[in-house]
Design a binder for this molecule. Structure first.
Ligand code: M6R
Length: 610
């Protein structure tokens, strides 16, 4: 999704900002722009497409020695991707420039009244109203004008403002969309994401909701949106920047798939004690009474995180015997959900910045529920809004298609279910010990799977031109089918649909013919025979079946057309293994089709707008 960076210091701003934007590329974008203040004049460069286009433009037309400026990568919401719609946006006389993430919901009303007052708009965006609004309030004090403008705005924003008459400062503010200030020596940064500035500084201040900052070369002042000064503490970011590089793999997605064994070790590391079956989730934030009081769990999430939640439902219902509902966060937030103080709402998110998930959390809290976050990104907005946390420790995930975070979400939920089951007395100690033992072996099992990916690549070669795909699964691996279908469609652009295998005969079976390959996840022992029957139903109608099955199920070879074998493991852990061949299949298909695996079209890594 859109990315922002601002810089003020003594380095060439064009360069610092451009490099920062490159580090934000993984979020997905369709156009980009940079504005710098060069000897009292604003110099602006914007272009559609990849950042290399902008680089050409900067090198040829806009060389600058400025040391103050702002930049933006845009992911279109209001107005198509175009140079005019790219940020930064200026006012009528280009005296100021604004880069904005989020959506200004009342922009049409504001735009009409600004146009009636004579303002000339150049873009179709909601964001441009900010520049003209600030212009309309400007009487020599830029922060004052920004605050007055923001008071008229409804919606979500993270903004950074550069003004021609203020060569000593940038002004920034946020409501809902994330924004940070990076602190350097004689230089300071503003960014929507720590990754953008990590090579310059690791000391950052997270701007809180409804706050703004005046960022100068040697100081930063924080205020609320009424202009009241605030004290803000900085944090030190301790992530390893090497984790954000490709490390020899052709794509981040592939690297992240190969990181999965280590990710599982990190997710369970220091949290289990095999000898006595102890589980430690130290940031859980739930007391014994909270856990006993819980009559219902509602899980909210989007996309891949939602499918992880669906696996969580099977895990928790089976192991803890508490009813669990899974809800898409975008639905939950608007349907007047029935939750109360006896409901535990669990929000799952890799980024911790997904707008719908955050809104669902706020809705749940308003209704009195306790909210637990299962989150990857440290210090993200979600982590600051929930009552308790289970970090998944997957490290930075750069590929837009989520892989390692999914596996880590599943692993974290196994730990959560074991802990809740222990506390509520639904699990025998031996079961907990045995499951911990199995969890610890899981990374080796994935390594075994990853040591020979050639057969999966060969299948991808065979099916890369398919126009549609059907994914079938049952029970705890029905969500695996949904996640496999999502992976295939988002990076290979092949239409893929997932069904609970038992539901096929109620409709989708009508689609089956020789041109509709079917991927069947046949890894759950408890419904294996049922799944085999479903495979036979497909074959009786000339369908081609690829089955993902456990090694010990030798007879599957006599049933399916192709088999991908995964190592045996207890059924509750099979979703963690079964998804790996599906990730690889989607990856190879997309790569063989010559597509941009890490940044698929129209998608963004972090969906910070509704
Ligand atoms: O950061 P989150 O986990 O909240 O993101 C949720 C979805 O946007 C995300 O999983 C999306 O579906 C991915 N592109 C899936 O690969």
């Amino acid at each position: 999704m859109c990315g922002i960076i601002g810089y003020i210091g003594d380095k060439p701003a064009n360069q610092v900002i451009f490099e920062g934007l490159m580090r934000l590329e993984y979020r997905g974008y369709d156009s980009a722009g940079i504005a710098v203040l060069d000897q009292g004049k604003i110099v602006l460069a914007k272009d559609v497409g990849k950042l290399r286009n902008l680089r050409e433009l900067l090198l040829t037309n806009f060389p600058s020695i400025s040391s103050q400026g702002i930049g933006h990568t845009r992911w279109a919401t209001h107005g198509r991707p175009s140079t005019f719609n790219a940020h930064p946006h200026g006012d009528c006389m280009a005296t100021l420039m604004v880069a904005h993430n989020g959506i200004i919901e009342n922009y049409m009303k504001l735009k009409h009244s600004l146009q009636s007052a004579g303002h000339i708009f150049k873009s179709e965006t909601d964001s441009e109203v900010l520049a003209h609004l600030i212009e309309s309030h400007y009487k020599g004090n830029i922060e004052d004008a920004v605050l007055k403008a923001l008071a008229q705005v409804e919606g979500a924003y993270a903004i950074v403002v550069l003004h021609r008459d203020h060569s000593d400062r940038l002004v920034c503010a946020r409501k809902e969309s994330p924004l940070i200030v990076g602190l350097g020596k004689g230089e300071n940064f503003i960014a929507s994401d720590v990754t953008a500035i990590m090579q310059h500084t690791r000391r950052v201040v997270f701007i809180e909701n409804l706050e703004c900052a005046i960022v100068k070369r040697d100081r930063v002042d924080f205020f609320d949106l009424a202009g009241k000064p605030l004290e803000r503490k900085s944090s030190l970011i301790d992530w390893n920047p090497i984790a954000a590089e490709k490390g020899g793999f052709s794509h981040f997605m592939l690297k992240e798939i190969y990181e999965q064994p280590q990710v599982i070790r990190n997710t369970i590391g220091g949290r289990t004690q095999e000898e006595d079956g102890k589980i430690f989730l130290t940031e859980l934030g739930l007391t014994g009474p909270d856990i006993f009081r819980t009559q219902r769990i509602v899980m909210v999430a989007c996309g891949t995180a939602y499918y992880a939640a669906c696996v969580g439902k099977y895990l928790i219902e089976q192991l803890v015997r508490i009813p669990v509902e899974c809800d898409l966060a975008s639905e939950f937030r608007y349907r007047q959900p029935v939750v109360d103080r006896n409901t535990l709402v669990v929000a799952i998110s890799q980024s911790g910045e997904t707008a719908d998930t955050l809104a669902a959390v706020r809705e749940a809290k308003l209704r009195g529920a306790k909210v637990l976050g299962i989150v990857n990104a440290k210090e993200s907005t979600l982590t600051r809004e929930v009552d308790g946390l289970v970090y998944i420790h997957a490290g930075p995930e750069i590929g837009v298609a989520s892989t390692k975070a999914y596996i880590a979400m599943l692993t974290a939920q196994v730990l959560l279910a074991l802990l809740l089951g222990k506390i509520r007395g639904t699990l025998k100690p031996e079961f907990v010990q045995e499951t911990i033992r199995e969890l610890k072996i899981l990374p080796q099992r994935i390594e075994q799977l990853l040591s020979n990916t050639a057969p999966i690549r060969a299948l991808a070669e065979k099916f890369k031109d398919a126009r549609h795909f059907l994914f079938l699964g049952r029970g705890i691996n029905f969500p695996t089918a949904m996640e496999g279908a999502l992976k295939l469609k988002e990076i290979s652009y092949i239409h893929a649909e997932a069904y609970a295998a038992g539901e096929m005969k109620h409709g989708p079976i009508a689609l089956i013919d020789k041109d509709l390959p079917v991927m069947a996840i046949a890894t759950n022992q408890s419904v294996y025979d049922k799944l085999v029957s479903n495979i036979k139903e497909v074959q009786a109608r000339s369908g081609t079946v690829i089955a993902v099955a456990c090694e010990s199920n030798c007879d599957i070879k006599n049933v399916a057309d192709y088999v991908i074998a995964i190592p045996d493991c207890p059924e509750i852990l099979t979703p963690i293994l079964s998804v790996v061949p599906l990730q690889l299949f989607a990856y190879f298909v997309a790569d063989l089709r010559g597509l941009d695996v890490d940044q698929p079209r129209n998608l963004a890594k972090s969906v910070t707008v509704e």
